[in-house]
Design a protein around this ligand. Sequence first.
Ligand code: GCU
Length: 683
Amino acid sequence: AKDGYKLWLQYDFIENESLRKEYQSHIKRLIPFGDSETINIGLNELERGLSGMLGEVYLSKVNKSNINDYVLVLGSKASLSHDISSLLEKEFNTINEEGFIIKSITLKGKKQIVISGKTDVGVLYGVFNFLRLIQTNKSIKNLSIVDAPKLKVRVLNHWDNLDRTVERGYSGASIWDWHRLPDYIDQRYIDYARANASIGINGTVLNNVNANALILTPQYLEKVKALANIFRPYGIKVYLTARFSAPIEIGGLKTADPLDAGVINWWKDKTAEIYKSIPDFGGFLVKANSEGQPGPQNYDRNHVDGANMMAEAVAPFGGIVMWRAFVYSEHDANDRAKQAYTEFVPYDGQFKDNVLIQVKNGAIDFQPREPFHPMFGAMPKTPLMMEFQITQEYLGCSTHSVFLPTMYKEVLDADTYRKGKASTVAKVIDGTLDNKKLTGMAGVSNIGADRNWTGNVFLQANWYGFGRLAWNPYLTSENIADEWIKSTFSNANDFVQPVKEFMLASLEATVNYMTPLGLHHIMATGHHYGPGPWVSNLSRPEWNPVYYHKADAQGIGFDRSTSGSNAVEQYAPEVAKMFNDLNTCPEEFLLWFHHVAWDYKLKNGKTLWDGMALKYQEGVNQVEAMLKTWNAMKPYVDFQRYNEVKMLLNIQYKEAKWWRDACLLYFQQYSKKTLPKGVEAPT
Ligand code: GCU
C-alpha cells in the first residue's frame, strides 16, 4: 500500500504510452562527468526516477567519447568536457554557486540534454528539476532552463528535543534517533536529505529553539557529526540551536555574560571544537530572552552584545548566527504586537555581518492570518530572514488540511512601502531592497517519525511549498500546488483541477471557521488546538485570548490604531495610514487593528455581527465542499492515502462546526444579537 513515505518523489509509472515513448526517445543513455558522492546521488536518483516513470533501466553509462544521439549528460562546469561546457558559457555567467542549467544542445550533429551547474550540488538540483519535468508531464524537447536560488540560507528548524519529543510536533516522534546515533544510520535520514535536496533546502537546525545545552557536549556532537556527514553530499548543512546559558550549564562557568572574557573564550573554544569535526557546520540559531529563555538581558546586555559575541566565534569558520526576534514580555503588556519592533529596530546596523535576524511572518505568533511583521523593511542595515511555521500550531495541528503556501505568499507579496511602492517583503528577505548578501528563510518543520512524515499526506505540500518558496519567493502558490499534486498523486486533469482548487481555498476556509475578519489568538490554552476565546485566567495577560479579541457590549477587536495601542505606527506611513483608517483597512485585518461596533456596516452591507457569523458558517461550508471534492477523487488515489485524507477531512468538518458554534455562542453574550439567516444554529 502507498503510505506516503515517498512524499513527492513517487516516480509513478507513466501509463500514457505515447507520452512515455516520447520521453524515452529523448533519453537513451546517460553520461556522468565526475564521480563525487553528490554526482552519484544524482545518478541514482535519475535511475530511480526514470526507471520508475518510464519503466526501463537507463543507466547504460557510456564512454564519454561515445557521442550519440539522445544522451543525458550530467556534470559540473569543471568536470564537463570543454566542448560541452563552452556551449553553456552564457548560462554559467548568470547562475550562482547553487544554480543549475538544463539545456538541449547539439554536439557534432548529435542531440543531447545537459544538466549542469557550477558545483555538484547545483547539478543535483538540476537532476531533481529535470525529474520534476517528467513527473509533471512537461515536454523535454527543447529545454533551456536556467535557475538559481534567490535566498542563501534555506533551512528547516526542527523543534525537536533530545528525548525525541517535538515541541508543536504533530507527526510522531522526532526523526533523530539520538540514542542510536552515531553508529546506527536510519534510512530516514537519507530519504529526508533526498526530499530536502529535491526542493532546494540547504540547511537543517536539528534541535528545539527552547534548547537543551547538552546538544553542545562531545557525546552529542559526535551524533551531530554523523548526521552532517550524511547530509553533506546533498548540499545540506547542519546548524544547532545554542542555549545562551550553555557556558554555565555545560561549561562550569559562573556566568553567561556575553562581555565576560571567560564566556567569550568558552564560545570560541566550543565553536572550534565543533568545526574540527564538522568543517562545514552552518552556525547557531538562538532564542534569547524570550518566553523565559536565557539571554544577554539577564546580564544587562542587549541583543547586539549577545549575537555579536557568538557571531565572532563562528566567523573565522564561515559560520552564521540566526538570532530570533520573537520576543515579548509581561513587563510591556500594552500590546505584545509592538514589542519585537520596539526592541530590535533601534539596533539596526549594529549587528556583525554574519548575523541574520530571524523574524516570524507576523508580530504575534503564527496565527492563521497575520499582517506582515512591521520589522520587515524597517531595518535596512540588517539582514532579516523570514521564519514561517510549517507545523500547524494554531492551524489544526496535523489534522486539518491547510495549504500554507497561500499564506506564505500573502506575506511575501505584502508591500512594506519602505522604499516606495513595490517594496515587498520578498524583496526585503531576498536582499534586493536593501542590497543584502546574506539572506534566508526558515521553516519550523512539520516532520516526524509518522510513516507519511507529516501526519497527514496533504501537509507534505507545506514542506514542499516552503522549500520551493525559500528557493524562489516569487513562485505562485498555484504553481506549487500543481507541481506537488502531480508528483505526489496524479497528472489526471480531472484530479489535478479540483484538488488544486480545494488546496487553494483551504487557508481561507480555516481562517473563516477559526479567526475571521482579523481575529487572532483565540485558541485554547497550551495546546492551541480548538477554540478558547473565553479564557481569561492565565497568569500573563498576553496569554489570554480575551486580551486579543476584547469583545464587549460595544463591539469586538484590538484597537491598534492611533487611538489605541498605535501599533500601526510601526509600519511605513502609507501602510500605517491604510491600516489605521477603518475605511481602508482590509477587512481581513479589521479586528486586528480596530475595535469595531457590532452594528458596523461591512463592505457587503451586513453588520459586523452578521458578517462575522456568516464567515464562520462559510468556513464550515468550505470544508464540506473540500470533503465532497475529495470523496469524488477516489478513482485517482490509492485507497490508503485516499482514506486517510478522507477521515481527516471528516474530523476537520466536525471541528469547523465546533469552532463556529463555540465562537458564536461566546461572542453572542456580548453582541446580544440573534444569528442571521444562513447560519446553522449550534448543535
Ligand atoms: C510559540 C510556541 C512555542 C515556541 C515559541 C517560539 O510561542 O507556542 O512553543 O517555543 O513560539 O517560537 O519560540
